[in-house]
Design a protein around this ligand. Structure first.
Ligand code: PAF
Length: 325
């Protein structure tokens, strides 16, 4: 009797262990907090998969750069040591340079324009290119338009920008633009940015309201200039290793889950675009917005870089993006 019970318990234990072993663990790394637009998207992605495919996958989130900077996480995706991530196109264009076109300053008119391009053939063709470099791009996400913050003073003109030490992403398109605007761009991985601002090693940085609010940049930055200089979308990616292990029905679930994640991320961005400026003012930031004439002066200062961008990404592609309604 005792032996039979022991065997029974052992059988149950081994069945439980077998079921647990059959679950695939998905480590998902991203740069921002769990209550950011990235965290909200990760949650929606995981919930959609768990609901459609119960007990097949477990998820371990590594928010707030828990797996390192975006570049390191993407390298982990390529190696297959990280299964999923949500990252900015600003980092991704080191891996698929063509994707840098979405980081060209003042290319998109507004969020609707950007979403239409990314959800249409231009954006979807770009996603396919990531399969050639050891990743599978599931969907374009979003952060919002990037704005400038700093501790030196309000920026209304290129004169105000002169010599301003601005942390940029490690992205040649961004660096060239800030040089042309007269600033002193300082490329740096995101995990180093807040310490560098605290220590005064840099004057400012640039990111969308979604990041400025969720990363509490008001604690280390005084001035916010709403210039919307670059769009730079986000992307939801998985490793080729994981992707190649999924069957067709699982792949469909992942695609659908990424679509739900994008809906959640865009809703977060829409919300923070409405409320973010007030939140930051209440937190003590001084906010100014460039008017059309001031924006035109910025665009004119970018004429030289624009020639380079057209050569690099193709004038025809840039025109197609600009002309998308
Ligand atoms: O500025 C950046 O590096 C990115 O916008 C961030 C904050 C890591 C989100 O992708």
């Amino acid at each position: 009797m005792t032996i039979r019970m022991t065997l029974g318990a052992a059988t149950v234990l081994s069945l439980v262990a077998g079921a647990a072993a059959a679950q695939t663990e998905i480590k998902i790394g991203y740069a921002l907090a769990e209550d950011s637009h990235y965290g909200v998207a990760a949650k929606a992605f995981e919930e959609a998969i768990s609901e459609a495919l119960p007990d097949q996958f477990t998820f371990r989130d590594f928010p707030s750069s828990g797996l390192g900077g975006e570049r390191e996480v993407i390298e982990g995706i390529q190696l297959g040591t990280v299964e999923a991530t949500i990252v900015s196109s600003g980092t991704l264009s080191s891996f698929v340079p063509e994707a840098g076109v979405f980081d060209v300053p003042f290319l998109f008119r507004d969020l609707n324009h950007a979403r239409t391009v990314l959800d249409g053939p231009i954006g979807q063709d770009m996603l396919a290119k990531f399969d050639d470099v050891g990743m599978h791009a599931l969907a374009w996400g979003e952060q919002g338009f990037r704005h400038l913050t700093n501790n030196r003073g309000a920026v209304n003109s290129t004169e105000d920008m002169a010599g301003l030490k601005i942390r940029t992403m490690e992205n040649p398109v961004h660096i060239e633009a800030f040089e042309a605007l007269g600033a002193a761009p300082t490329p740096m991985a995101w995990p180093e940015v807040i310490p560098a601002l605290e220590q005064g090693a840099i004057d400012g940085q640039e990111n969308p309201l979604s990041v400025i609010v969720s990363a509490n940049l008001s604690e280390v930055q005084k001035y916010l200039t709403l210039d919307g200089h670059v769009y730079s979308p986000a992307m939801i990616l998985v490793s080729q290793k994981l992707w190649s292990e999924l069957d067709d029905s699982q792949k469909q679930v992942f695609e659908d889950a990424a679509d739900k994640a994008v809906v959640a991320m865009r809703a977060y961005v829409d919300d923070v675009e409405q409320s973010g400026v007030e939140t930051l003012r209440e937190a003590g930031m001084e906010v100014n917005e460039l008017d059309e004439a001031q924006k035109t002066a910025f665009r004119e200062a970018l004429a030289g870089p624009y020639e380079d961008y057209r050569n690099q990404f193709g004038g025809e592609l840039m025109d197609q993006i600009i002309n998308t309604q």
